[in-house]
Design a protein around this ligand. Structure first.
Ligand code: OOG
Ligand code: NI
Length: 311
């Protein structure tokens, strides 16, 4: 068995850390996400009805987090637990226009059922003095990002609820920074692996049309389907759910929460001749694409009417 005492011991077997504890961690992350993202729950319902896989569930291609690139709080603060659980660091992506960078992590080789992890951070030192002051005020209050995994599963901010003024100051300069201030380490999105679904007549394109017909609010930045230059990675996302939030001085607001994404990875050209039955994920386009991601970040953009004017 894999009791807590064993898990807390740094010599605990990899089988334990990479097994039941990792599974529980991922399912707790998702529990919080389902509880706060009703659009994701209803999208999953629609996808389940469309999927003809015999017994298998829907799989996630990746899950994603955001962070402040401040000492102790950046990508590493939430990446470490995944690396300890056997995930492997892969490529870095840069988004100079948004002052962001990201890293992704591949699941352990023996756990292809688990999602990739996509973690980004905002390069705080490139923001205005005023925005930097706001961010550092909250990160200093939190002390360190070492409880990031607990914040993520527990739906707790590492700092106290921000003031409306601080939120609005960040929102003017970076939608990403404002989102991170009010959502912390909550899962930013989960992404369904469309390439693992069976029985779709028109892949992700048809899926997105079904979602549109059902009234889902889709991210239209640069077009609904975000297609990589090699045409092998196609992604789409909803706009984030708007969630109620109480700012520090009691003002009630409606702010962007999490969203759901859909990704279809296509077969690498060297495997075009393989019979369908033999094709596994190893034959599909891997990784991420900065030009796709750049547009997906817009899923948490503020709605004009979302936040009340400061009083
Ligand atoms: C991440 C946007 C990028 C992808 O799959 O490329 C992304 C975010 O909104 O934090 O999800
Ligand atoms: Ni994504």
């Amino acid at each position: 068995s894999c009791g807590l005492a064993q898990a807390a011991d740094s010599t605990a077997s990899k089988a334990c850390k990479g097994g039941p504890l990792l599974d529980r961690f991922v399912s707790l992350l998702l529990d919080r996400y389902w509880a706060s993202t009703p659009t994701a729950v209803s999208a999953m319902g629609l996808l389940q009805a469309l999927d003809r896989s015999e017994s298998s569930p829907l799989y996630f291609d990746h899950i994603a987090f955001r962070s402040f690139g401040v000492e102790g709080f950046g990508i590493k603060s939430i990446a470490t637990i995944f690396v300890e659980f056997g995930f492997q660091q892969r490529d870095e992506l840069q988004f100079p226009g948004k002052k962001l960078r990201a890293l992704w992590f591949a699941p352990p080789h023996d756990r292809p059922d688990l999602p990739r992890i996509f973690i980004s951070e905002i390069k705080v030192e490139e923001l205005s003095e005023a925005a930097q002051r706001v961010i550092r005020k909250y990160t200093q209050e939190a002390g360190s990002g070492k409880y990031a995994p607990l914040c993520a599963v527990g739906s707790v901010l590492p700092w106290s609820n921000p003031t409306l003024a601080d939120f609005e100051l960040l929102a003017k300069e970076s939608e990403y920074a404002a989102w991170t201030l009010i959502n912390g380490y909550a899962l930013n999105h989960a992404t369904v692996a469309v390439h693992r679904m069976r029985g779709l007549s028109d892949g992700i394109a048809g899926l997105v049309e079904d979602l549109r017909q059902q009234g889902f609010d889709l991210n239209e930045e640069g077009g609904t389907l975000k297609v990589s230059p090699d045409n092998l990675l196609v992604q789409a996302a909803t706009q984030a759910d708007q969630v109620d939030f109480t700012f520090r001085d009691g003002e009630q607001g409606t702010v962007p929460g999490s969203y759901i994404e859909f990704a279809q990875r296509k077969r690498l050209p060297q495997y075009n001749e393989l019979p369908d039955a033999q094709v596994s994920d190893a034959h599909l386009r891997d990784g991420f694409e900065a030009s796709n991601a750049d547009k997906i970040f817009h899923s948490t953009n503020m709605r004009a009417e979302a936040v009340p004017a400061a009083r």
